[in-house]
Design a binder for this molecule. Structure first.
Ligand code: NAD
Length: 291
């Protein structure tokens, strides 16, 4: 069992840290807003008052933070205070470039760095059923397996530092585009008088079936857009995807359109709703009243 410093105990990080405690690790957490620390203490973990206090002397350091800005800020402190040889796992979704940077800077100070963004959302975090896309070395991936096994079901090493983020970008591209198409399908069926609920049941069992149809068709039909995964975060991810495509000099026209639809949801004031709220954009584009 390892000693772990865990920074960022939000929607995802909170339950993940709890699973690591349950697996027998000694977990010390730090979070900017203090409410989350109380939950970790109740789960059997310890609370620290700073990044430095959470990471000093630990075998493993973990971050689960919103965006690049927070990862860069916190990682600078980790570089200063983590012990040489410590394993650093960043579960946050950030740009591949930021993960390449943490890998390179970490190596200079003797840290072993993995980027390990996740998919599966809040239910995946709560049920320890996340899919984890890992960038880094084979040896560090092996060393991190007990951590991945405690929070996830599927985990794969997909290449060197930054590659986990590239695969996560591909994931968000597919998820965003699928939501946009399911939303349009609902508008179409409802507008032409078909039973959309029964229609989606049938579609879920055919070639159009997907995890999104399976898990979200009911809440979309009921216009229940409580998050889940916020439009604001998916907007951030679409920025990562479009920039990664520019860097690679490839074109992703479907992705570019999806990015614009998600930006529209945000501009319409839906940034804090679940990403399934793309339904509201599809309806507005057809002049349908949002309920
Ligand atoms: P969140 O906003 O709920 O949690 C982030 C936590 O980090 C918050 O508790 C915040 O107080 C803390 N924090 C922010 N800056 C900090 C700092 N400088 N020092 C210490 N703590 C700080 O976000 P989340 O939904 O848990 O998402 C975290 C990451 O996981 C994001 O990159 C997101 O894209 C990714 N992700 C989220 C989901 C999801 O469904 N929510 C799914 C997959 C991936």
């Amino acid at each position: 069992m390892s000693s772990i410093g865990f920074i960022g105990l939000g929607i995802m990080g909170g339950p993940m840290a709890g699973h690591l405690v349950a697996a027998g690790h000694e977990v010390t957490g730090y979070n900017r807003s203090p409410g989350a620390l109380e939950k970790l203490k109740a789960a059997g973990g310890a609370a620290a008052g700073s990044v430095a206090a959470a990471v000093a002397g630990r075998d493993i350091v973990i971050t689960m933070l919103p965006q690049d800005e927070q990862v860069v800020e916190v990682f600078s402190e980790i570089l200063e205070h983590a012990k040489p040889g410590a394993l650093y796992i960043d579960f946050s979704t950030v740009t591949p470039k930021t993960s390449e940077w943490t890998g390179a800077e970490g190596a200079k100070r003797g840290l072993r760095v993995l980027d390990a963004p996740v998919s599966g959302g809040e239910p995946g975090a709560i049920n320890a059923a996340l899919s984890i896309m890992v960038g880094g070395s084979e040896a560090d991936f092996e060393a991190a397996k007990p951590v991945f096994a405690a929070v996830g079901k599927t985990y794969e090493l997909v290449g060197p530092n930054g590659s986990g983020q590239v695969v996560k970008a591909a994931n968000q591209l597919i998820v965003g585009g699928t939501y946009a198409l399911v939303a349009e399908a609902i508008v179409l069926m409802e507008s032409l008088g078909a039973d959309a609920a029964k229609g989606l049941d049938v579609l879920a069992g055919g070639l159009a079936g997907s995890k999104i149809l399976e898990l979200k068709r009911k809440s979309m039909l009921e216009r229940d857009f409580r998050p889940g995964f916020r439009i604001d975060l998916h907007h951030k991810d679409m920025g990562i995807i479009t920039q990664a495509a520019r860097d690679a000099e490839v074109t992703i026209p479907m992705g570019a359109l999806t990015a614009q639809l998600i930006a529209a949801a945000r501009a319409m004031g839906h940034g804090s709703l679940d990403h399934s709220a793309l339904q509201l954009v599809a309806e507005a584009l057809s002049g349908k009243a949002n309920s």
